[in-house]
Design a binder for this molecule. Structure first.
Ligand code: ZN
Length: 243
């Protein structure tokens, strides 16, 4: 087991959650009648703990699988072309929990506590890459992108209302209806501010969406190759992608 890689993979987990990951890995290894627990078992244990149980793909039509494959290839290819993005770890179209597919990344170090503006922008861009691929390659939109949209919006909102990373400036607003920890809400805002914040959030999202679309347009071959590989193999890992 490459512990360093495993640590990156599970960054941010508490001790009890790590224990859970190991426990799940043991169960998976035992079910395979494996005598040892390997890196793959531990990573699957983490996927199971964080995303839910792997579901069988057989029930899905080839068309449904293909939509997921384009979507995930969209996330993966966009991420690969961005300078400040985490490294790609694996792409899969095997459904797990509520999600139809999954693209996982490995942070370079524990990025849970501090991210640069460029990294957040790249993260929003790759998050919107799945939806952008749907539009570009299958000329439709699926509801599967709704979680991505929520994630991208939360990142953009935090940039504007928490991190002072927009033209609004270094002002904190309680725009996510979070408790600020002081038991009272000190950041009420005027209608004017609300509008300015919403405009900023929308402008960040729109420019990231445009970036994702452009990257996919410039790398159509790669998206198609990755989609074909996903249809055949269902899961591809980073060494496969880069070779
Ligand atoms: Zn997605």
């Amino acid at each position: 087991v490459d512990l360093r890689k495993l640590a990156l993979y599970t960054a941010g987990l508490a001790g009890a959650e790590l224990k859970n990951v190991v426990n799940e890995a043991c169960i998976i290894a035992a079910r395979e009648e494996s005598k040892t627990i390997t890196q793959r078992h531990l990573q699957e244990g983490y996927d199971k703990m964080s995303m839910g149980i792997e579901r069988k793909n057989n029930a899905l039509s080839d068309e449904a699988k293909m939509k997921t494959a384009y979507h995930e290839a969209g996330h993966a290819v966009v991420s690969m072309m961005l300078e400040n993005h985490m490294e790609l770890h694996k792409v899969t179209i095997i459904p797990r929990g509520k999600s139809l597919g999954l693209t996982r990344f490995l942070p370079e170090e524990d990025k849970m506590y501090s991210m640069q503006r460029e990294e957040i922008i790249d993260q929003i861009t790759s998050t919107l890459g799945g939806r952008a691929a749907e539009m570009l390659f299958i000329n439709t939109l699926t509801s599967g992108a709704s979680h991505d949209i929520q994630v991208a919006t939360l990142y953009a909102r935090n940039m504007v209302t928490k991190y002072g990373m927009s033209k609004i400036g270094p002002v904190a607003y309680n725009a996510n209806n979070e408790n600020n920890g002081y038991g009272f809400n000190i950041f009420e805002m005027s209608e004017g501010n609300r509008k300015a914040i919403e405009d900023e959030v929308l402008s960040i999202i729109k420019s990231c969406e445009e970036r994702a679309r452009k990257i996919l347009e410039e790398n159509k071959d790669l998206v198609i190759r990755m989609t074909t590989a996903l249809m055949e193999l269902e899961t591809i890992d980073a060494p496969h992608v880069y070779n």
